[in-house]
Design a protein. Structure first.
Lengths: 250, 250
DNA sequence: CGGACCCTTGATGATCCTCAAACCCAGTGG
DNA sequence: CCACTGGGTTTGAGGATCATCAAGGGTCCG
């Protein structure tokens, strides 16, 4: 768990951003892309297991995930950990810190992650000069809120089996939207992460996942969760799914 | 549970908004207040128990709570309900619906509530002409996210007693910031609401609250929860509190 | 080959849910 | 005036769910 230091890397130009061609994202005009390009300060790469942002820190930066999986979490004093949400390509991280000062949660990489770095000081400039991008940021904050609402409903009111089914269906759908899977639909996550997301012990999580596996909905392999039937998982949780609205990113 | 129709009422001018003098809110310049004044379309009053916004609706409006208490919630198909967060004076509601179309949660009044009504169509104009107010909206979205993070940690990882203590301490602190109490610090809420917030059954909630009452931290009276020792409640939950940062509102 | 993770399984007990019944109080209609 | 009703609170009993403890297996890596 020792926080590894993330390392810098080269800068890919925003015009050739690998995310823009994805059908899941809205299109941007040249002016917007040019501004984002100037807003971008550099790139960062982090290995799996690296702590990207720490609770309590005053980060001077704002990040967009370029590739990889990660998660946001909080802990209680005695070490109990709650995973709040997962981060994937296109997601903005560090917004809370940029807007209100101190970070109130930590962020850790699940797989190797690369990030675009933006300077927090230029954020006000973005609001002044590019209302459409400012609106996008609010859009993303509202979207995060929506996901947290659903997670709360899940932890608070769904049974262990429904919770697990919901979580995996959720990660599966997000991965599909972003075309993160190649062949097997495998989510890079351990059962400990699942447990810390669902608010369950790892033992009970294991027994719950086994039930899903027995039904042929998932398969557990080498530190990943392979999704065999995403639709039925969503159905078990009586979850409507993410919807197909086009979304922005920076 | 029958949704009562909210009723219209007279319009109080923004310059004499009863919330502005509160030390908890940031100050606004004349230009900002003038713009908000034009942005405001009217007012709405809702009785306790009224459903203000319904999940699935495409609301054409955005609201700021002027007075009263309420809550946001989601339900599963079979009726299980999860309260997501509480709304109080200064809070913006309906933002998700305004930004992304459909509402994904409902809002209900806990006490008589009055609301400022804003037109959704003018929101883009706000982003174009008043970056500082646009930033404020993002600020509030980020703040909501922060509260949801804390709630998630609570439901996922705190024990029943800690959860109850956290929730009451949270509502207490918010009420104090907004100077909502006069004499007794009484929160207008039933044990059913507490149960639906904590993800517990009402029976177990009752037994848990009794433990807090026996310790002399709260007292239950006439459909309200009187807070006797907010500090110790926060301590039981090992919760840091809300902080004292000045906040914006519309 | 030992150690660190990760996954798995069984046993035991704590927590929490459901069912059931009763009480208080306010409002309502006869 | 009083019976009746409905919502909110309270309490006990029994059972389901879930946590904790414990132990063992697998793989990867130094």
């Amino acid at each position: 768990m020792a926080p590894t230091r993330p390392t810098h890397s080269f800068k890919t130009p925003c015009e050739r951003c690998p995310l823009r061609p994805l059908p899941h994202f809205r299109e941007f005009n040249e002016e917007e892309i040019e501004f984002v390009s100037k807003f971008k300060k550099g790139e960062l790469a982090a290995d799996a297991g690296t702590t990207i942002l720490v609770e309590g820190a005053h980060s001077a930066h704002l990040y967009t995930v370029l590739s990889g999986w990660g998660f946001r979490y909080k802990t209680l004093e005695d070490g109990r950990r709650q995973i709040l949400n997962y981060i994937m390509p296109g997601d903005l991280i560090g917004l809370q810190g940029s807007i209100m000062g101190e970070m109130q949660h930590s962020v850790e990489a699940l797989s190797p992650v690369s990030l675009c770095v933006f300077e927090r000081d230029k954020l006000m400039g973005l609001y002044n000069k590019h209302p459409s991008l400012a609106f996008d940021i609010t859009w993303m904050a509202a979207q995060e809120e929506r996901m947290l609402d659903e997670h709360l409903l899940s932890i608070g009111r769904r049974t262990a089996l429904e919770r697990a089914a919901y979580l995996i269906a959720f990660l599966y759908q997000r991965g599909m939207q972003l075309k993160l899977f190649n062949g097997h639909k495998a989510i890079p996550i351990t059962q400990q992460h699942i447990a810390d997301t669902l608010g369950l012990s790892i033992v009970h999580t294991n027994k719950t996942l086994k039930k899903l596996a027995v039904r042929g909905l998932i398969r557990w392999q080498e530190r990943t969760c392979e999704v065999l039937d995403g639709e039925q998982l969503a159905e078990i949780a009586s979850w409507d799914g993410l919807g197909e609205r086009l979304r922005p990113f920076l």
